[in-house]
Every structure is written in structure tokens, then in C-alpha cells.
Design a protein around this ligand. Structure first.
Ligand code: 6GU
Length: 245
């Protein structure tokens, strides 16, 4: 997959992609990143990228000419997604990440100031994405969140040791707790089910903890999760225990 980021702060984005799994994903060729400054597509002496909004009001709006010239130069796949990062966008979730992970090219436009001229959206933007209901000063951090979430689903990016399919949300439940050595730390013991290491016992303990965590922290997820008869039995047991106390 090719990912091109359009930003007035290219160093901020490029540097963040130089670490850990994103760096390795680039080295192995699973993903190719490009970072572009629309200022390089201006044609005036002052390299101006923004202007005051028509109709007045506070803040500046990103001008259409440099943004459109930049994006049109970058686009090379016919099925490319052109994603505008904006608090007005669709909230980023697993299904949206999986859909975007299926395109050959993703161009990510980082909004700034009051936003971008509406004609850029009409001409080129295919998706508008927000990372949650709070306002940030720019689209760079949200773009990095989106890119990380998408890139880790691409074939060959995660090793088997950190497979994506056991993550929280993948089966609609939160993950179980994790432990490593030592078996006792400050008087706190690792659960016996894990220490003894019988596969079926470990699997049952993990599933139960996953259900319990989701019930306590995210009952909204539990209501939508796919649950087996055994899962439901366990949840009924918890409900009975709670009723007894
Ligand atoms: Cl995509 N941009 C900005 N500026 N703020 C946000 C956001 C995006 N998503 C949540 N807050």
C-alpha cells in the first residue's frame, strides 16, 4: 500500500513514521510512505497556503489551488482513498480501518486552522475521518493514528508474535490481562491457571477475563459481541454471584 500525507508540517509526520513497526513496515516494503507540503505547490512569491474566510469570521482557510495541485500530482491509483482528517468526519472504528486497509493508495489530508476550502472536498476528498469527539489543533496527530491503525493490518507488517486477530475489538471483546515473570511481584501472584500452562485451562481463563473486563468496562461492546453458549453461561454465573452479594 502507498500512503501519502499532505501536511503543512511534514517533519512532524515523517519523523513519527521512522520508529518501531512503521519503520520496519517501510523497510520490508509492506507500505511506502510519502509526505508532502502543499506549500511546495504554490506559485506565488510568498508561498501562501491560506486566506481569510469569505463572509468574515475568525481563523484562516486553506486555499484550494496548492492543495488540489499537490493531491492531483500525488494520486496514482484509480481506487485511491483521499481522506480528509477533520473533527466533522466519520469516527474512526475497526470497520472503517479495515475498509481503508483494502485500497492501494491512501492520501491523507491534514486539516488546519478553520479548515480547507469546500471545493477541495467536492473535487477530491472521498472520506472524512475524525478520531473522536474532541478538538485538536491540527490533523497531523489524527493522520498518524489512522495510518498506524491501517498499516498494522497490512500483510507482513505484524509478526505472528503480535498478530492483529487477538486484539481488543477484533472479536468485539476487550483483551484479557497479561503477565510475565516473575511469578510473584510485591506479593501479587500470577494467576495459577496461567502458571500451570495447560492449554485448555489458559484458553478458558483468558476468555473469562475478557468477558469480565468487557462487562465491567465496556458493556456497550458486550451487547454487540458474538457470544457462545459457554460465554453466556459464564456471564450468567457472574450475574448470579453479583446478586448474592
Ligand atoms: Cl481528524 N482533526 C482535528 N483537528 N481534531 C480532531 C480530529 C481531527 N479528530 C478528533 N479531533
Amino acid at each position: 500500500m502507498r500512503v501519502d500525507v499532505v501536511t503543512l508540517f511534514p517533519e512532524m509526520v515523517a519523523h513519527a513514521l521512522e520508529f518501531s513497526i512503521m519503520a520496519r513496515a517501510q523497510e520490508t516494503g509492506a507500505v511506502a510512505f510519502g509526505v508532502h507540503n502543499p506549500r511546495d505547490w504554490t506559485t506565488d512569491r510568498h508561498r501562501i497556503v491560506d486566506d481569510a474566510p469569505y463572509g468574515g469570521g475568525a481563523g484562516m482557510v486553506l486555499k484550494p489551488e496548492p492543495l488540489v495541485a499537490c493531491i492531483e500530482d500525488i494520486l496514482d491509483a484509480p481506487d485511491a482513498a483521499v481522506v480528509l482528517m477533520t473533527p466533522q468526519g466519520e469516527t474512526l472504528t475497526g470497520p472503517l480501518v479495515r475498509r481503508l486497509a483494502g485500497v492501494r493508495q491512501m492520501v491523507v489530508l491534514c486539516g488546519h486552522y478553520e479548515g480547507v476550502d469546500e471545493r477541495v472536498r467536492e473535487l477530491l476528498v472521498t472520506d472524512e475521518v475524525s478520531i473522536g469527539d474532541y478538538v485538536l489543533t491540527g490533523g497531523e496527530l489524527p493522520a498518524l493514528v489512522l495510518i498506524d491503525a491501517v498499516a498494522r493490518l497490512l500483510p507482513g507488517v505484524l509478526g505472528n508474535e503480535t498478530s492483529a486477530c487477538e486484539d481488543s475489538f477484533e472479536d468485539g471483546l476487550l483483551e484479557h490481562p497479561h503477565y510475565t515473570r516473575p511469578p510473584e511481584f510485591r506479593g501479587m501472584k500470577v494467576p495459577v491457571e496461567l502458571v500451570e500452562g495447560h492449554h485448555a485451562v489458559v484458553a478458558r481463563w483468558r476468555r473469562k477475563m475478557s468477558l469480565l473486563r468487557t462487562l465491567r468496562r465496556r458493556p456497550d461492546l458486550l451487547a454487540r459481541a458474538e457470544l457462545s453458549a459457554i460465554d453466556r453461561e459464564f456471564l450468567a454465573e457472574i450475574a448470579d454471584e453479583a446478586a448474592d452479594h
